[in-house]
Design a protein around this ligand. Structure first.
Ligand SMILES: *Cc1c(COP(=O)(O)O)cnc(C)c1O
Length: 381
């Protein structure tokens, strides 16, 4: 249905097709060309911090390359936030390594530094030091990345920052994705900016960037004939879709402001509704792009649960979605170790993501508001 209100849908800025046309006009219809370079440069300039960016076919590919570059191989252990989308974890399995899941803390919903450190201490005690840490910043909210970076340094374990949902978010003024040894970004269709599908690896050195490009382009040695000394991948971004990325970078900050306004809209809407809290930054150290606005519902106080409200919205053709189901509760990862309590599990049970696109109109919001107020009223009667 055309008038469905989506959780988060693509929002073009206007210049994207011009840059795609450039690719056609110059015949750079390939996984290399000027759009890729310019897109990478625009991300590097945006992140500041002297980073080196490799544009790739997906965020998942970026995580895979980060693990390879961190030296993760068969039977290694990788510590990973449990509360996340499966794409954060799957590449650990691609390497034949084992995920060890870490619970979240309740202020940012992201990795608990306390459980992270006990997992590390535990692994070292049994002689199996983890080979990498994957911390995820969910829904736009920066993790307690300063504490996590200190722990990673202390134990000398490479830190991979899954920043797929936080482009433009920052912690103490520093952009998410720039704290770790590697950062990863996603430009999938529902992310804050999109290239229809795509991702990027954020590196600390030009050497790492060159190695990333080499691995992403079938690991060809320097020789006129095709010679290979390592296993390679076909993970580079296409120069056509990089044109979309160039256009999207021009409107990123504008779109962040719009998403933050959506969050304010929900704060206003729920402020007098008992048992419902909108997820916001704990203090000024955290700056969220509010990719998705989320609520937690205390069923005892509210008199309804997240499924009740989700189904009521669905009836009105409004998409909403439960939060990520923690990975330690997923059938596919049921044999993996887990460090934590029930923080992420409880957030999962009580939470819901609401429509958050930067292209939500005032009319859309009015409609959402009326549906929610009507629903609340029907519960109270
Ligand atoms: C979207 C997403 C990814 C994967 O990115 P793709 O570009 O879809 O491969 C990884 N991690 C998180 C947390 C995501 O939300």
């Amino acid at each position: 249905m055309s008038d469905k209100i989506w959780l988060s849908s693509p929002h073009m800025g206007g210049k994207e097709q011009e840059y795609i046309q450039e690719a056609f006009d110059t015949n750079w219809i390939a996984p290399l060309g000027p759009n890729i370079q310019k897109f990478e440069e625009s991300i590097e300039n945006y992140l500041v911090q002297d980073k080196h960016v490799v544009a790739l076919s997906s965020g998942t590919a970026a995580i895979h390359l980060a693990l390879i570059m961190a030296g993760v191989v068969l039977d290694d252990e990788v510590l990973c936030q449990s509360f996340t989308f499966s794409a954060s974890v799957n590449p650990i399995s691609y390497q034949g390594a084992k995920p060890v899941f870490i619970d979240s803390e309740s202020e940012t919903w992201n990795m608990s530094p306390i459980h992270l450190e006990s997992a590390i201490v535990d692994s070292i005690e049994i002689g199996k030091k983890p080979k990498a840490i994957i911390v995820v910043h969910l829904y736009g909210m920066p993790a307690k990345i300063d504490k996590i970076a200190v722990i990673a340094k202390k134990y000398e374990i490479p830190l991979i920052e899954d920043a797929a949902e936080v482009l433009g978010s920052s912690y103490k003024g520093q952009k998410c994705g720039t704290f770790g040894d590697y950062g990863i970004l996603s430009f999938n269709g529902n992310k804050i900016i999109t290239t229809s599908g795509g991702g990027a690896l954020v590196c600390n050195s030009i050497n790492d960037k060159e190695r990333g490009i080499y691995l992403a382009s079938q690991a060809r040695d320097e020789a006129p004939h095709y010679q290979h000394s390592e296993i390679g991948y076909n993970y580079r971004m296409s120069n056509v879709v990089a044109g979309i990325g160039r256009g999207q970078m021009e409107v990123l900050d504008k779109h962040i402001n719009l998403r933050r306004k959506n969050n304010q809209f929900y704060q206003e809407l729920f402020k007098d509704i008992e048992g419902v809290t909108v997820f916001i930054e704990k203090n000024d150290d955290f700056y969220s792009n509010h990719w998705l606005s989320c609520i937690l519902i205390d069923e005892n106080l509210a008199g309804f649960n997240r499924e009740d409200i989700r189904l009521a919205l669905l009836k009105a053709n409004i998409e909403s979605r439960p939060l990520w189901k923690p990975m330690h509760l997923q059938p596919v990862f049921s044999t993996c170790s887990y460090f934590g309590t029930e923080v992420s599990e409880n957030i999962f049970k009580a939470g819901l993501c609401l429509p958050s696109g930067s292209n939500l109109s005032e009319l859309d919001k009015e409609f959402i508001k009326n549906c929610i107020l009507e629903f609340i009223q029907s519960v109270n009667n």
